[in-house]
Design a protein around this ligand. Structure first.
Ligand code: DP6
Length: 333
């Protein structure tokens, strides 16, 4: 990019994703290389839009997230990522960055996956670069591991790989493969006390981490098979096993991290009861108390209205499978 160029601007739109098989533990934290493969679905109603413009009059990056000037750790993480892009692609200018989430900011869903995948595309496109999907997935991964999966349409598998070049996500099924939904039951508004980055760093202190790694290849293979065959009951069983496995590691790491609250557990138990009545929905949780309830389209209305009635559920967000990171003509400034 020529440093005399004054206005180089691009906007990207990107979804958060829910992990069916989780990324939990990093082989190399500097470049977010995971210990294991993971599988996810993109979420249609948890979207980040980010506009990046390189400006010759800026001495540092100017970052606004959800209407507020980014500060401290948050600003540093974004700026370090932009710095890495500048170095890698020989971009000379600093950038103005404005980023907005379409989901309520108070929902406790701080999605680094949506954020860093949108930023990776907007920052490279604004520099006049046109990255291939694989390259974009690698770049987004360096910002936040789970962001590597948001780049891909529909359902993605992130291949752990052994180095930065072979750790990226690819599509295992398209958006319209299966009419399952993720209804997020939001149960807490406050920002979580322990972020996922700290959780990743502690995994080896859990005596159960090796056992998890040992059982994962089979669970991953079986879950992928159930997903491709649209075998919902088997899929749901494996989904819940996997969610609990992550939280076993978190709660047995040193120091332990308890991401759930009492409403989380209440919802988990209710889903088990509903299944006995023939209403099929299954839970999964990432590093937080909100419950991602996976059900089929035909049961969605019933499941959603039941969830909303549970004491402590603040609201729900209904998501279909969604396309991955895209450019947009509608800039935020
Ligand atoms: C529990 O991708 O947020 O959601 O790479 O440090 O940014 P960093 O971590 P992040 O970890 C996500 C953890 C998870 C499981 C998952 O999404 O696979």
């Amino acid at each position: 990019m020529n440093s005399n160029t004054k206005f180089l601007k691009a906007t990207a739109v990107s979804p958060a994703n829910i992990a069916f098989i989780k990324y939990w533990g990093k082989r190399n934290p500097k470049i977010n290389l995971p210990y294991n493969n993971s599988i996810s679905m993109n979420l249609s109603n948890c979207i980040t839009t980010t506009t990046v413009e390189y400006l010759s009059n800026l001495k540092s990056d100017k970052i606004t997230i959800n209407g507020k000037k980014a500060e401290g750790e948050q600003a540093k993480r974004v700026s370090d990522f932009l710095g890495m892009i500048r170095k890698r692609y020989k971009v000379k200018l600093h950038a103005k960055v404005v980023s907005e989430n379409n989901f309520p900011t108070k929902a406790g869903i701080a999605s680094s996956a949506a954020g860093f995948s949108a930023l990776a595309l907007a920052a490279t496109a604004a520099a006049g670069l046109k990255l291939k999907t694989k390259e974009l997935s690698i770049l987004a991964r360096i910002g936040s591991g789970s962001a590597s999966r948001s780049v891909i349409d529909g359902f993605a598998e992130w291949r752990a790989g052994t180095n930065s070049k072979n750790s990226y996500s690819y599509k295992i099924a398209d958006v319209d493969h299966w009419d399952i939904l993720d209804i997020v039951a939001v149960v807490a508004k406050e920002k979580k006390k322990v972020g996922s980055t700290q959780g990743h760093a502690a995994v080896l202190t859990s005596p159960y981490y090796q056992a998890r790694q040992k059982e994962l290849p089979k669970r991953l293979k079986d879950l992928k098979k159930a997903l491709l065959a649209k075998d919902f009951k088997n899929f749901g069983k494996l989904l819940e096993e996997e969610a609990v496995s992550l939280h076993v590691i978190a709660t047995t790491s040193k120091p332990p991290v308890y991401y759930w609250n009492r409403v989380t557990i209440d919802i988990m138990k209710k889903l088990i009861d509903w299944r006995e009545e023939g209403v099929y929905a299954y839970f999964t949780m990432d590093a937080g108390p909100n419950v991602h309830v996976i059900c089929r389209q035909k049961d969605a209305k019933k499941v959603n209205s039941r969830l909303k009635k549970i004491d402590g559920v603040l609201f729900t967000i209904v998501n279909t499978p969604a396309v991955g990171t895209r450019l947009s003509d509608i800039h935020l400034f």
